[in-house]
Design a protein around this ligand. Sequence first.
Ligand code: 5GP
Length: 203
Amino acid sequence: MTDNATHCWPNSPEQPGPGGRLIVVSGPSGVGKSTVTDALEERGGFYFSISVTTRKARPGEEEGEHYRFVSEERFGEMIRADELLEWAQYNNNFYGTPRRPVLDQIAAGSDVLLEIEVQGAMQVIGAYADAVTIFINPPSIDELIRRLRGRGHMSEETIERRMEIARGEMEIGRQHFDHRVVNDDLERVVGEILGILARSPSN
Ligand code: 5GP
């Protein structure tokens, strides 16, 4: 913990002693965030925040495992009740991180990992100065375009728009994140992130 007013965690009576870390993994769409964080999850040792979203479940996604799927009305209630640590609108859907489970896990000493898009990551950076923030870059813009095309269902116009957004996000990554990694090889990048976390101080 830092001893000035910028530290993360409210020092409530229910939260004595050292806490775990809040770890944010973000990056542009198509960079492979979830593949990287799935691999980190397999290594264990983190609590993975389950986001709420207003988008429909995809085949194979389980309620409460991949997301909590909620209505827009419910999502709005969660915003108004200040239940979300961060939230963003992305591709016409809303996504957010429920605050309580994250703070409870940190208070219990667990490291909590959020895999979120860049607008939400910026909210976390603004509110929680002690968060460890890791930005995943593609090996190159061309490679990012290739990956987005590989998803097979986007028009050229959509890809062009995504590229513009990605360039802006990569600039945010350069300016505001603690660490930047390149997703050129899954095993290598996972090893690099684990190395970063091993060197990052606990609260
Ligand atoms: P998808 O719909 O493909 O699961 O996710 C779309 C995007 O939303 C991804 O970039 C993912 O990282 C991001 N995302 C997932 N959960 C959250 C969240 O709780 N907050 C924010 N800000 N972004 C999220």
